[in-house]
Design a protein around this ligand. Structure first.
Ligand code: DX5
Ligand code: ZN
Length: 233
């Protein structure tokens, strides 16, 4: 994938019907999702459990866009290859997952996949200054990771602005994850973010039998983001 500065909406399948992932993935893509965001949780780094590599591998054939795998696991290094082999396009690890985030990013790059580094709400932007040449994306968490449907933490906007300033001319995307909806997305775009994960704000009101609300929800987030982009341009 070449560098793409456009607004990207990445629905999190954490908010999908867990008995029906294939159809849910097809539905969100048909309704306009740019990426599919897969939240991997280990019950240790975060207080919730989700998908091992075999589950992610099972999702892969249903994804025709881009599979964005967010690893909320510690340790993370022993599992990178397995998630790469499962078919991730982007692998994002947390800065807080261990003492060697630089080594973690080298390991992701060695698989040939795109690499992301994620920051919890309590972690300052400055910690990634020595990692920027190794990443394709910085993920600013705007909730404490572990669950969908939490309230957006407003100080995330200032953190996005700081990350954007640190990035300078580098070709690095900024993703925001947690509580993103048509109301919160505008200030994030103005601060320099371009990729938005949304779980509850995309899946609310819809289902595989009634997928139109997914499309309406995605279009509402995109319209608010693009409106804010025009304002900064
Ligand atoms: C939180 C996950 C998110 C979550 C977002 O730990 O990383 O991707 O599913 O859900 P919403 O959009 O509902 O806050
Ligand atoms: Zn996520």
């Amino acid at each position: 994938m070449s560098f793409d500065r456009s607004i990207k909406i990445a629905p999190s399948i954490l908010s999908a019907d867990f008995a029906n992932f294939g159809e849910e993935i097809r539905a969100i893509e048909a309704q306009g999702a740019d990426w599919v965001h897969v939240d991997v949780m280990d019950g240790h780094f975060v207080p919730n459990l989700t998908f091992g590599p075999p589950a992610v591998k099972a999702f892969r054939p249903h994804v025709t866009t881009f599979m964005d795998v967010h690893l909320m696991i510690a340790p993370v290094d022993p599992y990178i290859e397995a998630y790469a082999e499962a078919g991730a396009d982007m692998i994002t690890a947390h800065w807080e997952a261990g003492p060697h985030p630089h080594r973690t990013l080298q390991a992701i790059k060695a698989t040939g996949k795109m690499a992301g580094i994620s920051l919890n709400p309590g972690t300052p932007a400055a910690v990634i200054s020595e990692l920027l040449d190794l990443v394709d994306m910085v993920l600013v968490m705007s909730v404490n990771p572990g669950f969908g449907g939490q309230k957006f933490i407003p100080t995330s906007v200032e953190k996005v602005r700081q990350v954007r300033e640190m990035i300078g001319d580098r070709e690095i995307m900024i993703q925001v994850d947690g509580g993103v909806d048509p109301n919160t997305v505008g200030p994030l775009v103005a601060a320099g973010a371009d990729c938005f994960v949304a779980g509850s704000a995309v899946f609310k009101g819809g289902s595989v039998d009634n997928p139109a609300p997914y499309g309406e929800n995605i279009r509402a987030i995109r319209a608010a983001a693009q409106g804010a982009l025009k304002d900064v341009a």
